[in-house]
Write a protein that binds this ligand. Structure first.
Ligand code: ZN
Length: 203
């Protein structure tokens, strides 16, 4: 399986990092070794001094496909979860300055904690999926799928022109505004609608 992440998919987040709005989805990948499951702790890596959380809706691909038309994209997923795209912002900033790829800042071990997955049918509002993150009990990110620049269906159609999507692949769909640093002992709790999806600590 592979993990594809979309960057700059929310207007307010692109602005907070002074990034231009994209004309097409920006994507990068994380390896399977980035995953952290079952709310295990995230261990702060020694190579960065500025690890940021980015809370994202995560789509799980349910069947293989390439060159998927947008109107059929919804038949390629039926489960959703919540994930954190941990980013070494200090390293990423250097990559951006030099025009280099971001993987060193994004794809490191344990950089992608994910929740369990739930059926989209379990959600109250499939077309307006609200999600948020609490850091030490304070709500720091609050998003909705309606605020995405590129919809999930568009993302799937676009990605599948370049990369065959396979059953079990995960797509991180971008983060809303409010990203920020974590430190050791922080407590992160994430929700989709009123369902607690993530609950873990930084160690
Ligand atoms: Zn992200």
């Amino acid at each position: 399986m592979k993990i594809i992440c979309i960057g700059r998919n929310y207007v307010e987040h692109a602005r907070e990092l002074n990034n231009p709005l994209p004309e097409a989805p920006v994507f990068f990948m994380k390896p399977d070794t980035s995953l952290v499951i079952r709310n295990r702790p995230f261990f702060y890596p020694e190579f960065s001094k500025d690890i940021h959380y980015e809370t994202e809706l995560v789509i799980k691909i349910s069947k293989n496909g390439k060159h998927i038309q947008e109107k059929f994209a919804h038949t390629y997923y039926d489960e959703i979860g919540l994930g954190i795209d941990f980013t070494a912002r200090d390293i990423q900033s250097k990559c951006k300055e030099k025009g280099l790829p971001w993987e060193v800042a994004k794809a490191f071990d344990h950089s992608a904690p994910i929740s369990k997955f739930i059926k989209l049918d379990e959600l109250q509002h499939k077309d307006d999926i609200r999600f948020y993150l609490e850091l030490n009990g304070v709500k720091v990110q609050d998003g909705s799928s309606t605020l995405m620049i590129f919809s999930v269906d568009h993302i799937i159609s676009y990605l599948s022109q370049f990369v065959t999507l396979k059953m079990g692949d995960l797509i991180f769909t971008g983060t809303p505004a409010g990203v920020g640093p974590v430190k050791i002992n922080d407590h992160l709790v994430g929700y989709i609608e009123d369902k607690k999806m993530l609950d873990f600590r930084v160690k």
